[in-house]
Write a protein that binds this ligand. Structure first.
Ligand code: PMP
Ligand code: GLN
Length: 419
């Protein structure tokens, strides 16, 4: 008798856009404003910290503490304790993970059970959905939508309807996952918006998984607020960050989760049952980088000031280019990305195949193959129920060299002249 090979949990994950579109970027070698990674080097100090770690003796090349290298969890507790305005226990309340991705996985596996409902705020980083399903949970969706008549000029014009959000909380709701600054929209949730979410979490005794990987990247005076720092939220929030995003070194795949010791003991069980520990050298380098940033915090020498200042200029550059070729951008208040409306673009995509897929997928494939510019379809960040409604947007990553942005601009200008 043939044995059932497939475990039930693998039946859930949906197809991801990343496989197709990163492969397409490899095959066609376009100007790449697709996947979110810098095409410039991380700052010198963090590269030097890594070299120093590599040359730092035999211990740097052996296992370290399972839940996080001691110097790293200590500086994380000190740094985030200062930001959140509370004492954080480095050994009990911090967990170092293989990127923010694994922190999300640990939190979801550790806290979500069969039949639990998990509210996802759309648009959301697409891995939340399969991760929730793999844990046996049921995703429940609520959309950020542009305010009527706003002209949709800024990501701040996209808001949650308070009544709709409240209606999603049921006795089965176990958690809500939020992401601020948001990927792909760039929305930075205001304190009032976070308070509205916090009030519902407290009222319904619900957990909050807060993905804050773009925490240092806000523009135009927008401030990133940690929902865990709002009254009553520490106990029920898992805060997730990424060293890759923090130090422009996405390939290091190092991240962390911070939460109360009570919640953390469950995340640790998933962590020790999956990766057990993360590489020592990168943890050492990130620890030194954060120690430096702790000393320079709030000064012009801080990378957490310099990176957003640099990205602010790049964001302006991309926005004016998109606007001038008739692609209406939604100005992001934070993060790596800008979405733009492609509705007004006149291009015949009828011979590009699959009529069943959302239009942005067809358009992005065409733009990559025919014009040499890679982007990401925004409908991938929505539930199947809402993906078509938002398929008039595509996402551009602006964490790129000026020369890359200029090459993208040249492609768009040339194309707009031939339309
Ligand atoms: N969350 C969001 C919102 C992201 O955009 C990403 C991609 N970097 C991740 C989590 C995963 O981060 P990491 O690369 O550190 O695993
Ligand atoms: N977070 C990055 C992005 O949104 C990378 C995505 C990924 O690697 N799956 O582009």
């Amino acid at each position: 008798m043939a044995r059932q090979l497939q475990a039930r949990r693998t039946a859930h994950p949906s197809k991801t856009a990343w496989l197709e579109f990163t492969q397409l970027a490899t095959d066609y070698n376009p100007v790449n404003l697709g996947q979110g990674f810098p095409d410039f080097s991380p700052p010198k100090f963090i590269q030097e910290a890594l070299c120093k770690a590599v040359n730092g003796g035999h211990q740097m090349h052996q296992y370290t503490r399972a839940f996080g290298h001691a110097p790293l969890v200590h500086i994380l507790a000190k740094f985030f304790g200062r930001i959140m305005g509370r004492e954080i226990d480095p050994l009990e309340e911090v967990l170092v993970t293989a990127g923010a991705y694994q922190a999300l996985f640990c939190a979801i596996q550790a806290l979500i059970d069969e039949g639990d409902e998990v509210i996802l705020v759309e648009p959301f980083f697409d891995c939340y959905r399969p991760m929730v399903k793999m844990a046996g949970g049921k995703p429940v969706y609520v959309c950020l939508r542009p305010v009527e008549g706003s002209g949709v000029l800024s990501s701040g014009d996209w808001v949650l309807c308070a009544e709709e959000l409240a209606s999603k909380f049921t006795p089965c709701t176990k958690a809500i996952i939020i992401n601020s600054p948001n990927n792909p929209l760039g929305k930075v949730f205001k304190t009032e918006e976070l308070q509205m979410i916090a009030d519902l979490c407290i009222k319904h005794d619900v957990l909050c998984i807060s993905d804050e990987v773009y925490e240092w990247l806000t523009y135009d005076g927008n401030k990133h607020v940690k929902i865990a720092s709002l009254p009553g939220m520490w106990e029920r929030t898992v805060t997730i960050s990424s060293a890759g995003k923090t130090f422009s070194a996405t390939g290091w795949k190092l991240g962390w989760a911070i939460t109360s010791a009570h919640n953390m003991k469950y995340l640790k069980i998933i962590h020790q049952g999956s990766v057990y520990q993360c590489p020592t050298v990168t943890q050492e380098a990130v620890a030194r980088g954060l120690e430096r940033e702790y000393e320079l915090f709030g000064t012009p020498e801080s990378y957490f000031q310099q990176l957003p200042a640099m990205l602010h200029r790049k964001r302006q550059k991309l926005a004016s280019c998109l606007g001038s070729v008739g692609l209406q951008p939604v100005m992001p208040e934070g993060g790596y990305f800008m979405i733009a409306d492609i509705s007004s673009v006149k291009v015949d995509l009828s011979d590009q195949g699959n009529e069943d897929e959302p239009k942005d997928f067809t358009f992005v494939r065409w733009l990559t193959k025919e014009k040499g510019l890679a982007t990401i379809p925004v409908s991938t960040f929505f539930s199947p129920e809402h993906s078509r409604e938002f398929s008039k947007y595509i996402r551009f990553c602006f964490v790129k060299e000026d020369s890359t942005l200029k090459a993208a601009e040249d492609i768009l200008r040339k194309w707009s002249q031939t339309q």
